[in-house]
Design a protein around this ligand. Structure first.
Ligand SMILES: *[C@@H]1O[C@H](CO)[C@@H](O)[C@H](O)[C@H]1NC(C)=O
Ligand SMILES: *[C@@H]1O[C@H](CO)[C@@H](O)[C@H](O)[C@H]1NC(C)=O
Ligand SMILES: [Zn+2]
Length: 447
């Protein structure tokens, strides 16, 4: 039912408001207990986002927050095995836009809470549920407003759990077993517009270089010159060290001795697009606009480049590197939008949020024996909440294989019925585990 409502975000400030309103009505209908429980306050924020405040019985426990988003990216029908907004089930899978990103979380959180309430559960620790409606286009109308509201109320959170990472299966070459990656940081971004202006004229007597040629060369230099490999700065090295013993020979020796094999590993990581995105600031030329008529020398050429910034770099550093690569003062740089990478959240024994996720993984996925910290290569709504907590963890309790990863924002996005049920179970247990006063003891075997 949730998948059938096309809550598409098209551009910043441009969403399907009919669908967003319908989604609000839909959750009222399917989770009646959540909405009529006296200790749960429901507020609509920014017209279409939802904030639930679940009042726990023990005010001495610091509250936490579960995040998810109800909007999705557009999905034209082409290439889909079943229409993207049909929500059809086939061979044990529910198909459709939003089944992994991120209506699975929206529905699983509310479903788990509904089930707990039906069993007369009263939480000890208070928590918030924030469901943004424009995550895919910046979160300025949803998450940002919810964050401002909570800040105005003086709320401080023990931790936040958001989307952004999975139980990864088959992403690291030669690692057979799946492992849970909990992202403790998030890449930043910089949307940079490059512009070249030239005097227009007739194409019969052209200058040696037009604005298009100059800009194309600049953009090509950026593409051909990757930003520096930052392997070793950030959580990735720690992730590989934790995984070391799971590899067979010789990879286990290599990952156990990163001090020695560092150069090989850092180059290995560059080979695949996904692991490459973990080791550096990526450069993606996403738009190119120029030219007005076949026989007119183009006055203006513009290109937009989307950089995703590694947590060990800053927006200013990336901007300077880009200028140093282009080295052409006919090219102007305009920063359209930028976001610093997020600080690394704690993941030691004292980190309540991280340890609760670990404990719940151990109980719901007993076959998984590695939980490793990671970096989220995409952006999530959680970046708007940094003033509320230092513990931001991105983890979806769902197995993900590389083809599933490509389906997110791609075609044939789907989740198995069993995976969805397991996600509900995970949140059902997580909420109860969060009632413990102290950090849970970690039972997972340490490597
Ligand atoms: C917006 O959503 C409604 C259903 O809520 C749907 O009928 C309509 O086609 C959608 N509009 C666009 C532009 O996708
Ligand atoms: C965080 O708090 C500072 C100081 O109160 C404020 O200026 C800033 O806008 C806040 N940032 C966010 C993202 O809410
Ligand atoms: Zn998402």
């Amino acid at each position: 039912g949730a998948i059938q409502i096309p809550t598409v975000s098209f551009n910043p400030g441009e969403f399907n408001t009919t669908a967003l309103a319908a989604f609000g009505e839909y959750i009222h209908k399917v989770f009646p207990t959540v909405f009529r429980t006296s200790f749960i306050q429901h507020e609509v924020v920014g017209e279409y986002s939802h904030l639930f405040t679940v009042q726990g019985s023990d005010p001495s426990l610091q509250p936490y927050m579960l995040l998810a988003h109800i909007d999705v990216v557009p999905a034209p029908d082409q290439g889909w095995e079943v229409p993207p907004f049909s929500g059809l089930e086939r061979d044990g899978f529910i198909y459709g836009r939003g089944t992994l990103d991120n209506k699975n979380s929206v529905m699983a959180i509310l479903q788990a809470l509904e089930l707990l309430l039906i069993r007369n559960y009263i939480p000890r620790r208070s928590f918030f549920i924030a469901l943004g409606h424009d995550e895919e286009v910046s979160g300025a109308h949803g998450a940002q407003k919810i964050s401002a509201l909570l800040q105005a109320r003086g709320v401080q959170l023990a931790f936040i759990v958001d989307e952004g990472s999975f139980i990864l299966d088959g992403f690291i070459p030669s690692l057979k077993k799946p492992f849970a990656m909990v992202s403790v940081s998030e890449k930043g971004s910089l949307n940079l517009m490059l512009e070249v202006n030239k005097t227009p004229g007739h194409s019969s007597a052209p200058p040696k270089e037009t604005s298009i040629g100059i800009l194309a060369a600049a953009v090509s230099r950026l593409e051909q010159t990757p930003m520096p490999n930052m392997f070793g700065s950030g959580p990735l090295k720690m992730t590989l060290q934790q995984l070391a013993n799971e590899f067979s020979f010789p990879a286990n020796v290599i990952f156990n001795n990163l001090w020695l094999f560092w150069p090989i590993v850092s180059r290995l990581m560059e080979r695949e697009d996904i692991t490459n995105a973990l080791v550096r600031t990526t450069t993606a030329v996403t738009m190119f606009n120029a030219g007005i008529k076949v026989n007119v020398i183009p006055p203006v050429a513009q290109a937009t480049v989307n950089f995703r910034i590694h947590p060990a770099q800053t927006v200013q550093e990336v901007l300077k590197l880009a200028k140093d690569i282009v080295v052409d003062d006919r090219v102007q740089f305009h920063v359209l939008e930028s976001f610093e990478p997020l600080p690394v959240s704690p993941f030691d024994d004292q980190a309540l949020g991280y340890q609760l996720i670990r404990q719940t993984i151990q109980s719901v996925f007993p076959e998984i024996n590695i939980v490793a910290p990671g970096t989220c290569i995409a952006q999530t709504d959680s970046r708007h909440y940094t003033n509320l907590t230092t513990g931001i963890y991105r983890f979806n309790p769902v197995y993900l294989q590389p083809q599933d990863f490509r389906s997110i924002h791609g075609i044939n996005e789907r989740i198995s019925v069993q995976a969805y049920e397991t996600q509900v179970k995970f949140i059902f247990e997580f909420i109860q585990n969060a009632d413990t006063e102290q950090r849970p003891v970690s039972h997972l075997h340490e490597l």
